[in-house]
Design a binder for this molecule. Structure first.
Ligand code: GDP
Ligand code: ZN
Length: 293
């Protein structure tokens, strides 16, 4: 027996596929995890004891950077949010909700504006450059335009999200043609409905990993609802310089007079569409009580 560190690529039916030192071991988990209420998930960094026959035992789950319940995945570094200029046109509210979830979970959101060959990306660029978030304008049809994004994702655990048809599979394949999935398979998996069992699988991608998980394309709205009204403003990073400058302590930046955030929106320092998303999300959670969560 040999103890090594690895990463869970996939968990299915009580088995964990753990990659360690270029091998994939089929592991079982010790009963202690169940008793401690820990469920190992894809992305978990773990210690395993291995046997010569390629099986192993999961001994320890190392500290997580973050974990999502649905889809079950841990240690995501980057959420790549793909938006397209047109066909389909991007709904900024949906995008802003996903950004907020990533911010809350400590996953770095990256905006990718795709299909720049089909339309003018300026409007989306202006909105998202003003947030201070990392933003890449690409065309999946132009492989060279994907190089900076590929460099950014090297060595990371990332997941791609965005509406169906925005070009996720095309970008994935453009960045890394060796990706084990065919385009059809990716879209089929990402497009699967909410009634299928949710699993998440890590695939080698751009010297790191990409998570493929059914239903991630629109991210579970329950995660959005789990952001409380007190946390919401912190999920809009460009509000940060203004917070604390409002007239009222505890200002919700909603309808309060002399709100520094609203003043910044009027001055064009914060994008109107971002503020509109904030208001829409705030209205959805403002009457929720702590115990409803
Ligand atoms: P997904 O559903 O997000 O995975 O989107 P796909 O990658 O399947 O792309 C949807 C359609 O848009 C396909 O017909 C692609 O060929 C096309 N497409 C994707 N990216 C681009 C792009 O940058 N420019 C153009 N013109 N078409 C694209
Ligand atoms: Zn305010």
């Amino acid at each position: 027996m040999n103890n090594v560190q690895g990463i869970v690529l996939r968990s299915i039916g009580g088995f964990y596929y753990v990659e360690a030192a270029d091998m994939v071991y089929t592991c079982r988990a010790r009963g202690i995890f169940r008793r401690q209420g820990i469920t190992p998930v894809a992305g978990d960094r773990v210690m395993i004891s291995t046997k010569e026959d390629g099986t192993g035992m999961l001994e320890e789950v190392l500290e997580r950077k973050n974990v999502l319940v649905r889809p079950p995945v841990a240690n995501l570094d980057v959420l790549v949010l793909v938006a397209s200029v047109c066909h389909p046109r991007t709904n900024t509210l949906v995008l802003d909700k996903m950004i907020a979830v990533a911010e809350k979970k400590g996953i770095c959101p990256i905006i990718v504006i795709n299909k720049s060959d089909l339309g003018d990306p300026t409007e989306l660029e202006q909105i998202y450059h003003s947030t201070g978030l990392e933003c890449f304008t690409v065309s999946a049809n132009d492989v060279d335009s994907l190089i900076p994004l590929r460099q950014r994702l090297a060595g990371q655990i990332c997941v791609f999200a965005g509406n169906s048809g925005v070009g996720k599979s095309s970008i994935l394949n453009g960045i890394d043609p060796t990706l084990e999935l065919s385009t059809g398979e990716i879209s089929e998996k990402l497009g699967r409905g909410r009634h299928t069992t949710r699993t998440a699988t890590l695939y080698h991608f751009a010297d790191g990993y990409v998570v493929d998980t059914p239903g991630f394309s629109s991210l579970d709205m329950e995660q959005v609802e789990s952001i409380s009204k007190d946390e919401l403003a912190d999920c809009f990073r460009e509000f940060e310089p203004y917070i604390g400058q409002c007239r009222f302590i505890g200002c919700a930046h909603y309808r309060e007079p002399k709100c520094a955030v609203r003043t910044a929106v009027e001055a064009g320092e914060i994008a109107q569409s971002r503020y509109d998303s904030y208001v829409s999300m705030y209205e959805a959670v403002k009457d929720k009580k702590e115990w409803d969560k």
